[in-house]
Design a protein around this ligand. Sequence first.
Ligand code: BES
Ligand code: MN
Ligand code: ZN
Length: 477
Amino acid sequence: MILKIKHTSEKPSGVRNLFLVNDTSSLKDFGFNADALAYVKLKEEAKEKLITIKAYNITYYVVIVDKGELNDKSLEVLRKNGHTITSGMRKDKEEAICVYDSTGNKEAVLALTEGLALSTYQFDKYLSKKDKSFGEFNIWVATPVVNQEDLNELQLLCESVFATRDLVNEPVSTMDVAELSKTIEQLGEKHGFTVEIFNKTKLESLKFGGLLGVNKGSIDPPAFHILEWKPQNATNTKPVVLVGKGVVFDTGGINLKTPPGSLDDMKSDMGGAASVVGALTAVSANKLPVHVIGLIPATDNRPGGNAIVPGDILSMHNGTTVEILNTDAEGRLILADALSYSKKYDPELVIDLATLTGSAVMAIGHYATVGMGTADSTIFDELTKSGYRVNERVVQFPFWDDYDDLIKSEVADIKNIGGREGGSITAGKFLSHFVEAPWIHLDIAGPAFVRKEDSYRGFGASGVGVRLLYDFLKSRS
Ligand code: BES
Ligand code: MN
Ligand code: ZN
């Protein structure tokens, strides 16, 4: 599917029309006749904010929004209205829409357009009958309140989200470590970030004990990816480092996951990696003046003749020894090496993204990301604000010293599980042993992959993290 978002000062024909208004009487200026106006008034009195008008074979839409500056909730309502409209067009096999506006509110126009655009995504390559698919979807925006530059930025951001969703939706048979590496290289080539990849031999020489340990049960070698966007006009002197968990499939290893259904979605266990790739894509495609590095350790986690087992002790990249008590707590092991490696860049901030714990899902569901870490509260506040703005919300969990005790080991420096209580926090505490710079850990296990359509986030992979990080990095730059 090709998505095009274009500014126009004409009135394109053969498209569906969408009118964004504060006040329905302004629809007169768009040529609404008395019947249409009366119908809209009726719906408005019934408090409807999205009105669909069908006259003979013509369908058009009116979206009503409050006057003045909009809060985060209202912007989210607009995105969801965009999704409802795109879904209707998908059913009707219509592939072009023009957005007209009488509100003069740029944020509102962009949120509505974003909702339309993000909902055009489809993972349909394995369907024989693509009867619900768009070929090319055209969004025309006919208002001077936004320009083509704004729309290009939005389009590139949406395409970055789609790249992340594709990476996550692809099963492990077609998205193993080698294929992940290849896709990252292609995206780097296309959008301008550089890519360096360490192979197994290199990782052995660097003593990446966590990544190599998790990989021991696998027949495919691991890889470590370094992505970098370093524009000359960067506003930060020290880079922001993003780290993403790249477990291309998580069986649990020797501690095989139970019940069997709990394996169904584990192709999504590289969601953190995919979001880091999407964030670097968005930042470089839009040439944000910010120096960002992405670090992605990748492997599958499988049982095998040589797989690690409970009782094993791994020595990690920074020398810390870890007693393995559950091979299903593998994400923290590969992240540990990547976090420790980040020290080399003397980062101003490290953010890791990972589908790390079922405990995060149990705590808050798929509605938000669990966050914690050592960065100071102003940074957390900025990230939380970005989260509300783009509706990729982050909930900060406690990170008190008390939790440190839960991962103490008798035979090694720490152990890789902390027990049933506070599972996402003890996972975070584990990671804290490997990072010295100000750091935020984002556990995206809930929102990364959802088995039921969730508005413009879609079915399956949501691409969570990309819009959050883009907004956060943009507001810092
Ligand atoms: N990849 C899983 C976490 C996960 C669960 C992600 C559900 C998405 C949906 C992770 O590797 C894992 O298995 N975590 C264990 C840790 C436990 C053994 C300490 C968990 O959360 O059960
Ligand atoms: Mn696991
Ligand atoms: Zn995992």
